[in-house]
Design a protein around this ligand. Structure first.
Ligand code: PGA
Length: 254
């Protein structure tokens, strides 16, 4: 963390939760944020589409932010099963993930599609959380920096600024596995992302744009990851489903 950037702690609930437990978790987290005298972090919840409305009601007025996990690149139309960025905004979302590795794998989302979806998010007034990360094979082949640099260059939407875009670096091999990069490895990729952003967006935007780390972030490793100079928060999957764990991570922000 660098003091000029306010950490963002984002919970990606993935395909988990029924109305009752989603509402209970959201209510609990809203209560915890209200108890913080002066929280030094922003908190974002990204429930599945089915829970966005009920979670939104449970967190209303709490200061917690609401986001979707994905959106379509088009504003509306004949796209069965999809949801537009404007629909998410209409439900009170301020954020949406774009290009999470599970979307890239399960739905074959390419960098160009991720860029289009992130662009649609910006057009709808949402902040896009653009996700990138290398696979285990790519890391073993020494391609980590190249892969992340390419994904970033090809997925970053036109008009990206520090105010409307967040990058999440999530090594695919660290997601849901309990594995994490060393601190040096994590900082190396975050620094590369920051350097690429300097070239693309200029120093002011690059300096202020938040870069999250994601992949098996837990209460036990959050403090050291969040203390790295170019790590500005976390995108948390498994541990975001447990209020104690998620809040412990948020409170680990330096
Ligand atoms: P994980 O997931 O924390 O369960 O590893 C992170 C993510 O996929 O966003």
């Amino acid at each position: 963390m660098t003091p000029s950037r306010r950490p963002l702690i984002a919970g990606n609930w993935k395909m988990n939760g029924m109305r009752e437990d989603g509402q209970a978790l959201a209510t609990e987290l809203a209560g915890r944020l209200r108890q913080e005298a002066a929280p030094a972090f922003d908190v974002l919840l990204c429930p599945p589409f089915t829970l966005i409305a009920s979670v939104g009601a449970a967190i209303a007025g709490s200061g917690l932010h609401l986001g979707g996990q994905a959106c379509h690149a088009k504003g509306k139309g004949a796209h069965t099963g999809d949801v537009s960025a404007a629909m998410l905004a209409d439900l009170g979302c301020a954020f949406v993930l774009a290009g999470h590795s599970e979307r890239r794998t399960d739905h074959g989302e390419t960098n160009a599609e991720v860029k289009a979806k992130a662009g649609a998010a910006l057009a709808a007034g949402l902040t896009a959380v653009v996700c990138i990360g290398e696979t285990e094979a790519e890391r073993k082949a020494g391609k980590t920096l190249h892969v992340n640099g390419t994904q970033l260059a090809e997925s970053l939407p036109a008009g990206a600024t520090a105010a409307n875009t967040v990058i999440a670096y999530e090594p695919v091999w660290a997601i849901g596995t309990g594995l994490t990069p060393t601190l040096e490895e994590a900082q190396e990729v975050h620094a590369l992302i920051r350097a690429e952003l300097f070239g693309r967006l200029g120093p002011d935007e690059a300096e202020n744009l938040r870069i999250l780390y994601g992949g098996s972030m837990k209460p036990g490793n959050a403090s050291e990851l969040l203390a790295l100079p170019d790590v500005d928060g976390g995108l948390i999957g498994g541990a975001s489903l447990d209020a104690d764990d998620f809040w412990a991570i948020a409170q680990s922000c330096p």
